[in-house]
Ligand binder design. Structure first.
Ligand code: MG
Ligand code: ZN
Length: 415
């Protein structure tokens, strides 16, 4: 847990600096409300400080190292047909924090099989950032989106804080349709790096405002509050509507969209984790693919299994398994399209590993998995890269995380 800069920052504020904060705020008058806040902060509960989520700290309440097993789903086999060398479309799927153990725990939980097994071309990505051996999602995401190593916390900017064009922007410029689908806030680091250019991942409202500067076709995730309940008084959802977007707030409405531009804001903050979230990622992915594939010049879509990371931070194996299974079903939706379409490259990877997770026992018959974690933060170990479709053979062996972006740009003919 030492290697996660977010964690350190929060721990410092949480553990040592709260009295200083109160004095600075001239609020050292102990009203009942303040007393409750102090009790919550010192107890390390899930209170958001400066827009951050303290649930990243594993507590005895969240730690759960066994997935008891559950129902299995059928995994379809898709043939890797190489009909062309260059893809017309790319679907990049990022399992935030999804190392090999996270994926294999889900595979065990589903009786030994996942959609992920359809990927015949696999490699490893070195995730270190410009300033740290252990990256955060902002620098890890910027590498995947912009092809640039940068400092932890950076969103779409280089170490000198200069904006770097991302692959979605390049694709948009070339006339491809583009989209983002995530389970957490659409303004969180992983989606943000495909849209925004800000010095800090904490500037959520600035990140939301950057969506208005793009011509993105579809984005679905949480974070409505960053668009509608803002310090500057702007209502970005209204501005999106004025630009021609359908702005929708629940998955049942999102599923019915058959054409046009779509902004799906399915929660004020992040969506809940599984199983509470329910069917959100898969139908959102299917809707996005359906809308984006209507373009003549191809598309670029990023889909994130965002909350694998959050539950690994909590050392919650059961949660990790459920999130990874949900992400695998979304991978299945992407493969289902790609196998029929034959012009789509699907790349699955992670921005980094979270939790230092490993597996001590499992049972393919019941789906039970026993895991151990070595940290409440991220680790520096390489993460797997899986590729399917035209150009998939480019993604084997060891590679830098920035090379994934460069390979995708080359395959799509983006400069
Ligand atoms: Mg993320
Ligand atoms: Zn994380």
């Amino acid at each position: 847990m030492i290697d996660d800069p977010d964690f350190l920052y929060l721990k410092t504020i949480n553990t040592y600096l709260w009295p200083v904060k109160l004095i600075v705020m001239k609020k050292l008058r102990f009203s009942l409300v303040q007393l409750i806040i102090i009790i919550c902060l010192t107890a390390g509960q899930n209170i958001a400080v400066f827009g951050q989520d303290l649930s990243k700290t594993p507590t005895s309440k969240t730690m759960n190292e066994t997935y008891p097993g559950g129902s299995f789903y059928q995994v379809q086999h898709y043939d890797q047909l190489k009909t062309r060398k260059h893809p017309k479309n790319i679907i990049l799927m990022i399992g935030d924090g999804m190392g090999l153990a996270h994926a294999y725990s889900a595979m065990t939980a589903n009786g030994g099989h996942l959609f992920l097994e359809n990927f015949r071309y696999c490699g490893f990505s070195k995730t270190y950032s410009a300033d740290r051996y252990v990256t955060d999602s902002a620098a890890g995401g910027t590498a995947l989106a912009c092809g640039t190593k940068t400092y932890n916390g950076a969103i779409g900017v280089d170490p000198e804080k200069k904006p770097v064009e991302n692959i979605r922007e390049k694709a948009e410029k070339k006339g491809l349709k583009t989209g983002l689908v995530v389970t957490t806030l659409i303004t969180d680091a992983t989606p943000a790096v495909f849209v925004a250019h800000v010095a800090s991942r904490k500037s959520l409202e600035d990140i939301a405002a950057d969506f208005l500067k793009t011509n993105i076709d579809v984005f679905i995730g949480g974070g409505a509050a960053n668009f509608e309940n803002r310090a500057d008084g702007r209502n970005l959802s209204k501005e999106l509507k004025d630009k021609g977007y359908q702005v929708l707030y629940n998955v049942s409405d999102i599923k019915n969209v058959k054409s046009g531009k779509l902004a799906g804001l399915t929660a004020q903050g992040g969506n809940p984790v599984m199983p509470e979230r329910g069917e959100m990622l898969v139908p959102s992915t299917e809707t996005a693919i359906n809308l984006l594939s209507q373009g003549k010049k191809g598309f670029f879509l990023m889909v994130e299994g965002s909350e694998i990371d959050h539950l690994a931070h909590q050392n919650n194996a059961s949660g990790v398994v459920m999130e990874a299974l949900d992400f695998d079903k979304a991978i299945g939706a992407a493969l289902n399209f790609a196998a029929k379409n034959k012009e789509t490259l699907v790349v699955v990877t992670a921005d980094h590993e979270t939790g230092g997770m490993t597996l001590l026992d499992g049972d393919y018959k019941t789906g039970k998995v026993s895991a151990k974690f070595t940290t409440g933060g991220h680790t520096g170990v390489v993460v797997p890269v899986y590729a399917f479709g035209p150009g998939a053979d480019q993604f084997t062996g060891f590679m830098e995380n920035i090379d994934i972006q460069k390979k995708m740009c080359k395959l799509l003919g983006l400069n």
